[in-house]
Structure formats: C-alpha cells, structure tokens
Design a binder for this molecule. Structure first.
Ligand SMILES: [Ca+2]
Length: 234
C-alpha cells in the first residue's frame, strides 16, 4: 500500500524494486489496485524460484495506490524484502515539452504523419488503463522514412547543445520490428538518426538523455515494416 493515500498519476515517473523468492517455483501475478482490494489491472508476472531475485520496474499505473501478489494458485512460502516505491519529481528547471504525451485527451496538435503512415487513438494504454496512440503503415515502402509518426516538441522549442533533456515513452507493436528514430529540426526537416528501437509485442520503456542540437521533432520511421504492423506509443 502506498502511504498517505498517494495514487500514481499519468506523467509521474515511479521507480520500484524488491527482492523475492519462494519455497517453491511459482508464477505469481502482480495486481495493481486503487487501494487494498480495489482491482485496477494486472501488472507483470513474477517467476518465483528458491533463489532471491531482484524485480525492478518504472511503469506507471495511473490510479494505483496498492499492489497485490496473487499467490493463491501455488501453496508455499513466499519471501519479499527491500521493497521500494519512489516517485521522481521533475528535476528543477525541467519542463514537459510534449503536448498530450499520455494521449488521454483528443489534442493531437503535438503529432503529425509523413508518407503513408496512419494514426489513431487506441485503448488500453501501457499501464492497462486509459489510451495510447497506434500508428501503422498500410503499405510497405522501399525506405523507412516513407512512413513516419512524428512527435513535435511544444512551443517551437529546439534542443540546444548546452541543454539537458530527459525523454521517455512506452512502446510495443503487433509483431517484432526494428524501427529507427529520426531527429528533425521540425516535421520533415531531416537532422540525423537517433537510436533504433526493437519493438516486440510486449510494452517496453525507452528512456534517454542524449541532446540533439537543433532538434524540434522526432519521427518513428516505419516505412519498411510489413503493412500489418502497428506501433503503439504511450
Ligand atoms: Ca495513456
């Protein structure tokens, strides 16, 4: 249970970790709850063994105020230690420079498309509730940049060499795919290539701090991905 009736909120960054083991081998589902007994959704499964393991996560479950380990199906003794939940505030001087980055409103002014790409809001979001963005490539292209989902930094801001930036998002796809990120001065203005993401069918979290001087937009280039593939970011 989180103290002081704290609830996780979209836009928060939470880090949590604990050690766990059991007297038996068992898969135990982690359940997110609004408060004890108040079902919210399902978190990851833990594969308990007789050895101590460390679980570390950063996913935010909006509305969560408690977590339960559902160990009813397997009889045994379960051990947990070093349990930690930490909410990280934005550091002084950091401002949010995405518009509707959690996709919970219909304001899509911070996003645009290039080439053959399409986008639509989908449910649920990465935390099992709320909404996420789904972008797709209806027609496989020759070049990756011929289908782009573009994130535009708010307020026409551009990264500067002496800035500090932190950025993060959750992402998954309906099939494994390698997708390059392209840095842009503004939508369609090629600046350079960012990291390549290995999408899988499970939500993953990307976190970065690299500064690309001049960058005002970031595109996900999916032109060469077969047409049935869809990408979700959150
Ligand atoms: Ca969301």
């Amino acid at each position: 249970m989180l103290p002081d009736d704290i609830k996780m909120a979209d836009g928060d960054v939470w880090e949590y970790s604990f050690n766990y083991k059991a007297s038996v081998t068992a898969t135990v589902g982690l359940q997110t709850q609004t408060s004890p007994g108040g079902y919210l959704g399902n978190g990851p499964d833990l594969d308990f063994t007789t050895e101590w393991q460390l679980f570390e996560g950063t996913t935010v479950y909006a509305g969560a105020g408690a977590f339960a380990l559902n160990f009813g199906p397997v009889a045994g003794d379960y051990y947990i230690d070093n349990l930690s939940f930490k909410r990280q505030e934005l550091a002084p001087g950091f401002e949010e420079e995405t518009t509707n980055g959690n996709f919970e409103t219909n304001d899509l002014s911070g996003f645009t498309l290039g080439g053959s790409a399409a986008m639509e809001i989908t449910t649920p979001g990465a935390d099992g509730t709320g909404r996420a963005m789904k972008f797709s490539n209806p027609t496989q292209q020759v070049n990756a940049y011929e289908a782009q989902f573009i994130v535009i930094l708010a307020n026409n801001v551009k990264m500067a060499a002496d800035d500090e930036w932190r950025y993060s998002f959750d992402y998954k796809a309906d099939q494994p795919a390698s997708v390059g990120l392209q840095t842009q001065t503004s939508p369609y203005g090629y600046l350079g290539n960012g990291p390549t993401l290995s999408f899988t069918t499970e939500w993953q979290r990307f976190e970065g701090t690299t500064v690309y001087p001049g960058m005002g937009a970031l595109s996900f280039d999916i032109g060469t991905v077969p047409a049935r593939s869809k990408k979700d970011v959150h």
